[in-house]
Design a protein around this ligand. Structure first.
Ligand SMILES: [Zn+2]
Length: 344
């Protein structure tokens, strides 16, 4: 078993948060979706419960998700959605976000890829200027749409040239296609220096996570929680310093984890895996980066040193450049010293 210790750090754990696994369309709250539906004159037959999206299982969730995504009809919409999320989480202590963009949906709605990136970049720059939050874009291909489209998406991502595009990912139904079918798309992204991640191990077993990491040369996995059921794979991925983007509320609400209390992240942390708590689709899972940490502290009983480890790992695993990572570390250290200085 791998054991890692946080650096010997004094002072309190700063209330700073990260979101390394966040789908842009999944940040759109029902009132935002309703406003866009009215703006564009498109129907939005939403089922709501206490002003939250209502869905009964994973398939139903995907169906609602697609209906809601249908109301995004312009680059301006994308900018507004991204900015609204960055503003809301920055006000609650989040200092770094990676927004996943699946460009195919908006291209189908008439928004060219370049316009999508330009709009989200505007939101990122405005949010950094106004609230000091750093953000990056992870362009994602969709697994069940097949490897050919994935190559097209990778080529668009690397030829765009935006400094905000820092990663390439694979979303969608992990039961469709084999991970190695996407090797071509991931090689294009890797040769251009993009960080690599893929959804895996949310529904399929630990061996499939290992195969996906190896086939696509990933440094991070989206979810990956099934690894906790195979100590050999878990230990290997811990030793290889693979990052796990853990989204507890998503797992509990969609059923890939039975409860917060029994969530596999405790085993991952105990085995020395690198973990970054994230939101997945915060508007659907009624969460935020701050709430995910609160739930982990409450139900997974994160110790102070584990909270520091997660802050360090979140920064190390981020796809942003070293200059931004240094600023994030400095911010956390200063915050910690201030907390220490003001402690009773
Ligand atoms: Zn996801």
């Amino acid at each position: 078993m791998t054991t890692r210790n946080s650096e010997s750090r004094i002072g309190g754990v700063p209330p700073v948060y990260f979101d390394l696994h966040c789908h842009l369309r999944g940040t759109m709250k029902p009132d935002q979706a309703a406003a866009l539906a009215e703006k564009h004159g498109v129907p939005l037959p939403l089922r709501l419960e206490h002003e939250h999206y209502l869905f009964s299982n994973f398939e139903d969730f995907l169906s609602v998700y697609d209906q809601v995504g249908h109301v995004v009809r312009s680059a301006e919409d994308l900018k507004d959605i991204a900015f609204a999320y960055l503003e809301s989480v920055a006000r609650n202590g989040t200092i770094y976000v990676e927004l996943m963009l699946s460009p195919g949906h908006s291209i189908a709605n008439g928004i060219p890829f370049e316009s999508q990136i330009s709009a989200i970049s505007d939101a990122i720059e405005e949010a950094e200027e106004k609230f000091g939050i750093f953000s990056s874009i992870i362009v994602t291909c969709v697994r069940h749409r097949g490897p050919d489209e994935a190559v097209t998406v990778a080529e668009m991502a690397v030829s765009n040239g935006s400094s905000h595009i820092r990663g390439f990912g694979l979303t969608g139904n992990e039961r469709k296609f084999d991970a190695k079918d996407f090797k071509g798309a991931f090689l294009i992204a890797e040769y251009s220096g993009l960080g690599l991640t893929a959804h895996t191990g949310e529904w399929l077993d630990a061996e499939s996570v290992l195969r996906t990491v190896n086939a696509l040369n990933l440094s991070r996995v989206g979810h990956g929680i099934s690894v906790a059921h195979n100590s050999a794979v878990m230990s290997e991925l811990a030793d290889r310093l693979i990052g796990f983007e853990v989204c507890m509320s998503s797992n509990v609400l969609l059923g890939s984890a039975q409860s917060y209390e029994t969530h596999p992240v405790r085993k991952l942390i105990d085995a020395g895996c690198r973990v970054a708590f994230s939101t997945d689709d915060p508007a659907y899972f009624r969460t935020s980066p701050a709430r995910e940490i609160e739930m982990a502290k409450k139900h997974v009983r994160l110790s102070v040193s584990e909270q520091w480890l997660i802050i360090n790992d979140s920064i190390d695993l981020a796809f942003c450049d070293e200059t931004k990572k240094s600023k994030l570390r400095l911010y956390c250290d200063r915050f910690s010293k201030d907390l220490w200085a003001t402690a009773p």
